[in-house]
Each structure stands twice: as structure tokens, then as C-alpha cells.
Design a protein around this ligand. Structure first.
Ligand SMILES: C[S@@+](CC[C@H](N)C(=O)[O-])C[C@H]1O[C@@H](n2cnc3c(N)ncnc32)[C@H](O)[C@@H]1O
Length: 368
């Protein structure tokens, strides 16, 4: 059976997620606000969960219909084939949002949706009670401009949770964003990559995964494998195939440094957890950093000032980053920053830029 799916992605990264889906092998992929649409069967849904590195979740779109009243919402939800997915003991969690619509109460939309699903399931499964004491089904009712869209979340925990980041580094970048920035950066897989403010090592691990062909979801589970009609053995086969493709020895020429020794101890734990022993990190102040290779790419998520240090100190560091690039001809650099004065401090204009969000912070990703 083919499903209408969405790989949800952060603002500004929808096109990156769409490209990734095409690279994984899906056709008719279309970027839209909040993600990328694609068609997939049961195996495809599992494959997307396993291999997507930049998307937040894989959702199945159950239906979309006009909903200007609670009656319309109730009838629309009840008409959808919930019994196709939800087992008689399944626990149903409903999230919601209402945007520029006549229906404005998110809580009411959630409870009406749940009521309609329960009514449909009781009827179709021929049971009086749904104990809701087994596997979880998380779904969303999103009413946008008077159209309700019902989606089921097949991922479970968000896809950035790969399983390797067990320690909370200060201002660590989200794994999916790090991966997307690596894709958008001038870095080519064949050249060295260096993060001079590596913190807990997110860029380095994501780059190592990309180079070594490691599926981002290889070490984690997905909600969908406990659902009716989604064969857990098929998922195991996909995992086996992914394990065969993983060549950790290819994760070479990836290195970084940080001024904070605690961050480096976090790196050690995360590299081990992710299965990479070849990534090199050392304690070094960016101002003193010397690079031996003739060409490569720096990737950097420096302190923004708001969160880690005051803005003046951050801006001095941006000037030092510009000097670092100046003394390493043959190297390029991708930087994510919030400061509108970044380029002035850095001392050059970016060759390309993209506006996006790091958490709630509006940022620019600039390539030099
Ligand atoms: C926003 S955090 C990077 C987080 C990292 N991307 C991660 O995912 O964990 C910025 C890092 O820059 C480091 N840093 C600040 N000043 C530095 C300097 N002068 N030289 C090297 N690293 C520096 C901080 O210790 C911090 O780990």
C-alpha cells in the first residue's frame, strides 16, 4: 500500500530534506512549508526513518479536508481508516494546532479528534472498550486556513535523536541541523573537514556518518515497527543492509578542537557511542590554531554571545575566525551565526548565505 508521507523539516531546510529523499531513492518528492512530501509503501516508510539525516520526523498523512466547524472535523476524522493502523489496545495521543482558522481552540480540536477516532475504532474493530495499554500512536490534527490535516508520526522520538549524544554539551547544535549545514557547506566528502569550536562533536560525528555511509537511524528504534502491518523483520533486513554499507574506516580526515577541555571529554564519549575511533580532537584556542593540510573545509558553530559569552567577546572571536581562514589558503568555511555584524567582524562577505533557525534563534548560514 502506498502512503502519502511528509518528512518534516525545520524552516529553511525543506529543500535539503527533499534532496535527501531523492538521494535515498524516492521519486515525486516535493518540498513544501515544514517538510517534503513523498509517496512510500510500508518498507519505504521504514527506509526513510532509517536513512534521513536532516528531517525531524516521517509522518503519514491520513487525510485532509475542510473543517470550519466541530461537526465537520468530527465527521472528517471519523471517515478516515484508523483501524488500518491502530490496534485495539493501542494508546492514542493527539497533538494539535490551529492557524488562521474558524476553529481556534486547539484543545477542543484534539478532544474531538480523539473522540471521532475512538468511535470509528469501536465500530470497525467491534469492541466496546479500547484499553489503550499497548503501543503508542502519536498523531496530529493541524487546522490551517480551515483545512484539517491528520498525520500519524511513524518515527517516535524525533529523528535527531540518533542515540550517540548522551551528554548535554553547552549550546550543542541539533544533529539534523548539523547534517543539513554540512550538506549546504562547501565541504566535499573527499576533502578534510575541521571544526575549530567543536564542542561535544556534533558536526564531526555527522560528517563521519556521511563519509562512512552510516545510516543516521542505525542505532535507534522507530514507533512504526510496533504497528499493525509494518513488519519488524523487514526493518531488521533494512538494518542489516545498512550495517553492510557502514564503513567506519572511511571516516578519516575529520578533526576538530575546542578551548574547553570538558567539551573534549564529551566528544570522546560521543565518538565511542557513534562507533568512530578515527576522529581527532585536541584542546586548542582558535586564535592559535595551525592547519597542515593544503585544502579542506572549516565548519563552525561559534558562541553567539547571547548564550555563551557576551557579544563583544564573540565578535572578537569572529575576527579571529576570519584571520584563521586568511592564513589557511585553499580552505573554505561554513559558519552559522546570529549576529548581523558577523561578516563585518569576520572581514569578508559570504559567497552564499541561507536564513534558518537554530532552535528559536534566527540565524544565517554563511559560506566563505
Ligand atoms: C556553540 S558551541 C559549539 C557546539 C557544538 N557545535 C556542539 O554541537 O556541541 C561553541 C563552542 O566554541 C568553543 N569556543 C569558544 N571560544 C573558543 C576559542 N577561542 N577557541 C576554540 N573554541 C572556542 C566553546 O568552548 C564551545 O564549545
Amino acid at each position: 500500500m502506498q502512503f502519502d508521507c511528509i518528512a518534516s523539516a525545520a524552516f529553511g531546510l525543506e529543500g535539503v530534506a527533499a534532496k535527501e529523499l531523492r538521494d535515498i531513492g524516492f521519486d515525486s518528492v516535493k518540498a513544501e512549508n515544514g517538510g517534503a512530501r513523498f509517496q512510500a509503501d510500508e518498507i519505504g516508510v521504514m527506509r526513510a526513518n532509517l536513512w534521513l539525516g536532516t528531517a525531524d520526523r516521517v509522518l503519514i498523512v491520513l487525510g485532509e479536508f475542510p473543517a470550519r466547524s466541530f461537526d465537520e472535523l468530527f465527521e472528517g476524522v471519523r471517515a478516515l481508516p484508523w483501524e488500518r493502523f491502530i490496534s485495539p489496545r493501542g494508546r492514542i495521543l493527539v497533538k494539535g494546532k490551529c492557524v488562521r482558522s474558524m476553529l481556534m481552540s486547539v484543545r477542543d480540536c484534539q478532544s474531538i479528534t480523539k473522540k471521532a477516532i475512538v468511535e470509528r475504532l469501536r465500530d470497525k474493530l467491534n469492541v466496546r472498550v479500547l484499553p489503550e495499554d499497548a503501543e503508542e500512536y502519536s498523531l496530529e490534527v493541524a487546522v490551517v486556513k480551515d483545512v484539517a490535516r491528520l498525520t500519524l508520526d511513524t518515527s517516535g522520538a524525533a529523528l535527531n535523536k540518533r542515540g550517540y549524544r548522551v551528554l548535554n554539551g553547552e549550546a550543542a547544535i541539533r544533529e539534523t541541523l548539523a547534517r543539513a549545514l554540512l550538506t549546504l557547506s562547501p565541504w566535499r566528502l573527499s576533502e578534510p573537514l575541521y571544526d575549530p569550536c567543536c564542542g561535544s562533536g556534533t558536526f564531526l560525528i555527522e560528517a563521519a556518518m556521511m563519509k562512512s555511509g552510516k545510516a543516521p537511524g542505525l542505532e535507534r528504534g522507530f514507533a512504526v515497527t510496533s504497528w499493525k502491518g509494518f513488519d519488524a523483520r523487514a526493518m531488521e533486513l533494512l538494518r542489516e543492509e545498512a550495517r553492510d554499507r557502514f564503513k567506519p574506516e572511511l571516516a578519516c580526515d575529520i578533526a576538530g578542537s575546542d578551548i574547553n577541555p570538558e567539551a573534549l571529554s564529551y566528544c570522546a564519549t560521543h565518538f565511542k557511542k557513534a562507533g568512530f575511533s578515527g576522529i581527532k580532537v585536541e584542546k586548542c584556542d582558535l586564535r592559535e590554531l595551525k592547519i597542515e593540510e593544503n585544502s579542506g573545509c572549516f565548519i563552525c558553530n561559534p558562541p553567539y554571545g547571547e548564550r555563551l559569552s557576551d557579544i563583544k567577546t564573540a565578535e572578537k572571536l569572529y575576527a579571529e575566525m576570519g584571520k584563521l581562514l586568511g592564513r589557511t589558503p585553499g580552505w573554505s568555511m561554513g559558519v552559522i551565526a546570529t549576529d548581523p555584524l558577523f561578516e563585518r567582524c569576520f572581514g569578508r562577505r559570504a559567497k552564499s548565505r541561507r536564513r534558518l533557525y537554530n532552535g528559536r534563534l534566527e540565524c544565517e548560514f554563511m559560506c566563505f
